[in-house]
Design a protein around this ligand. Structure first.
Ligand code: G
Ligand code: G
Ligand code: NA
Ligand code: MN
Length: 252
């Protein structure tokens, strides 16, 4: 496939960039930002992560992408903290395949040192499929990253792959409710279901982030259900660091 060929040969510094999506608490204060990867290929044009991440995973190119993202996001961390304060948490997505690789926890700690960041400033987002395939290496990596003090999130919860058992087994710090789940529950006004899901997470000492908050109704329902933090177009679209600085200045 052409995507695979382009990914293999590209220089990430030339074709990749990161955008950031702010995450706010119930008072509207920014608690952190999620780094999201954008690829503009001179040959293919813009390709979305939904298109190329699965291809990168199946062709062994995910480490090239993930390592670039980890390094780049961490190099932006100081600027995010200067915009939103020293407590700002930077969320980084990694491919589920990455958790089976032997060097990932060393790479995280190496970049942490390089950029002078505390591990509790970094939230590693594991996508829904991270434990579909279980290996000893996956367990070791998760244990090691936790031991080093990184935060862990389970992303896209409710999209259909994450089981309640996984949540209990891996006791992440944060659960991110999938955008489609939030949409469906809002459309069907299923407040009790949402309350039950959030109560389960809180019972396991996990904070809950609602994703895809793009209407006041969704925000109101998530707030009523006890959701801790919020992310979505109602708050802000993903922005470049420069645009994020403008957004931070122009909010009241
Ligand atoms: O930002 P966007 O809607 O295009 O992201 C779609 C999906 O692609 C996200 O849910 C996320 O799982 C994945 N994704 C986005 N950015 C990254 C990244 O930097 N690394 C990895 N591995 N996946 C990402
Ligand atoms: O799966 P993950 O949460 O990592 O991916 C986030 C992606 O979802 C982002 O790329 C972003 O473009 C998209 N997204 C985030 N918030 C909203 C929203 O409020 N509405 C819509 N339509 N898309 C969103
Ligand atoms: Na995701
Ligand atoms: Mn994510």
């Amino acid at each position: 496939r052409q995507i695979q060929e382009e990914l293999r040969s590209l220089d990430p510094d030339e074709q990749f960039r990161l955008v950031y999506m702010p995450i706010v608490d119930a008072l509207g204060q920014v608690t952190g930002c999620e780094a999201l990867l954008r690829w503009h290929s001179p040959v293919l044009g813009s390709v979305t992560p939904d298109e190329f991440v699965p291809i990168a995973e199946s062709s062994g190119l995910f480490t090239k992408i993930d390592w670039w993202v980890i390094d780049k996001a961490m190099s932006d961390c100081a600027q995010l903290k200067s915009l939103f304060g020293p407590q700002t948490v930077l969320a980084i997505n990694i491919s589920s395949a990455e958790l089976h690789s032997r060097s990932i926890s060393d790479y995280f700690s190496d970049r942490l040192t390089r950029h002078g960041i505390q591990p509790q400033s970094i939230d590693i987002e594991l996508t829904e499929t991270f434990a579909v395939k279980v290996s000893d290496q996956l367990h070791r990596n998760i244990e090691e990253l936790r031991r080093q003090g990184f935060r862990l999130s389970i992303d896209d919860f409710g999209a259909g792959y994450t089981s309640v058992q996984q949540i209990i087994d891996y006791a992440a710090d944060t659960i991110k409710l999938d955008r489609a789940l939030v949409s469906n529950l809002a459309a069907s006004q299923s407040l009790p279901v949402l309350q039950a899901v959030i109560a389960l997470c809180h019972a396991k000492d996990m904070a809950v982030v609602g994703e895809g908050v793009d209407t006041p109704e969704k925000l109101a329902m998530l707030t009523a259900a006890g959701c801790d933090r919020f992310q979505g177009y109602l708050i802000s679209k993903p922005l470049s660091l420069d645009d994020l600085a403008i957004w931070a200045l122009t909010r009241t």
